[in-house]
Design a protein around this ligand. Sequence first.
Ligand SMILES: [Zn+2]
Length: 62
Amino acid sequence: MSGREYPSSVDAPWAAAFERLADHCMTCPTCTAADDQAANLRLTCPEAVRLSRECRDARRGA
Ligand SMILES: [Zn+2]
């Protein structure tokens, strides 16, 4: 990854959590699972659920 061009949002408390979620979704076999038409299966991934909750909580300032 090279583009770290997020003016100010990098310093936001939720930025790290968001980055973890984005990273996970791009690399996790469950989150990227697709059917034979390349449609994302949107499988429920406990780790993605946890990371997105963490992200949401961080944005709320929890
Ligand atoms: Zn996942």
